[in-house]
Structures are given as structure tokens and as C-alpha cells.
Design a protein around this ligand. Structure first.
Ligand code: ZN
Length: 145
């Protein structure tokens, strides 16, 4: 099997069976973002407690790249400290620029590396990560209680 085929399978699996799809109860941080170029939409919810991503859910519609990326992102950052989640986000952006990345940090996300060759699709792949970073900003701004 070619590596490209394997990557395509991972992407299609996340697209067909998205992980962490749905919504969280009140009190979760929520960010809605759109990628008008492609028509992708995502609503991301994060439950942050003591600096940890305790739970994460997303809803959305869009192309396979945007939805697979959201699913993989949710799986990658769930249960991690927010700071670590943001580190993965930075690594993913490097992947989108075609730069060298750390496979240990990215895991399945490496399968989206091919997107870097299609500049028009990069916004699809980074939509969920933009939402993650905005939600994390809210978590930092949130009063401690
Ligand atoms: Zn798209």
C-alpha cells in the first residue's frame, strides 16, 4: 500500500467516523469559525479545568479535510494541558508549511501533511486549530474561580 493511500484512509476514517462530535453542557468555552473559501463551518467547545482540556466536542459541516482535521485535533488534545495542546497546534502549522515536524507530537495528524502542497486547502485543515487557539485564549482570559 502506498503511503498516500494510507493517509487518505486515515482522513476518510475520521471524516466518516468523527471523534468527539457533539456538544458540551453550559459552561464550556465555545468558538464558531467559518472558512468562507470552502464553506467549512465549525463550532468547537472546550471544557477547561485547572489548565487541562478535560473535554472537547465539535460540530460542523464542510469538506473531508476540515472535518477530519477537527476530529484528529480533538483526539490529539483531549486530556492534555492547554499549553501542550497549543504546542501541537504550532507543530501542525509547521506541517502545513511543509516544514519538518515531530511525528511523536502529531501522530495521525501527519496524514494531513499532503495538504501543504495545496495552498487553497490549508485553510480547511487549519480551521479547527484556529478555533482551538481562540478557545484557549478564552480559557486564559477566564477568571479563576
Ligand atoms: Zn474545506
Amino acid at each position: 500500500m502506498q503511503l498516500d493511500d494510507l493517509y487518505r484512509q486515515v482522513i476518510m476514517d475520521h471524516y466518516s467516523h468523527p471523534r468527539n462530535k457533539g456538544s458540551l453542557s453550559d459552561g464550556a468555552l465555545t468558538v464558531e469559525l467559518k472558512n468562507p473559501t470552502c464553506g467549512d463551518e465549525i463550532t468547537l467547545q472546550l471544557l477547561v479545568d485547572e489548565g487541562m482540556v478535560r473535554d472537547i466536542r465539535f460540530e460542523g459541516t464542510g469538506c473531508s479535510i476540515s472535518m477530519a482535521s477537527a476530529s484528529m485535533m480533538s483526539e490529539a488534545v483531549k486530556g492534555l494541558p492547554v499549553a501542550d495542546a497549543l504546542q501541537i497546534s504550532q507543530e501542525f502549522r509547521k506541517l502545513m508549511k511543509g516544514e519538518e515536524t515531530d511525528p511523536d507530537l502529531l501522530g495521525d495528524l501527519e496524514s494531513l501533511g499532503g495538504v501543504s502542497k495545496f495552498p487553497a486547502r490549508i485553510k480547511c485543515a487549519t480551521l479547527a486549530w484556529n478555533a482551538l487557539e481562540r478557545t484557549a485564549d478564552q480559557a486564559v482570559a477566564q477568571p479563576k474561580g
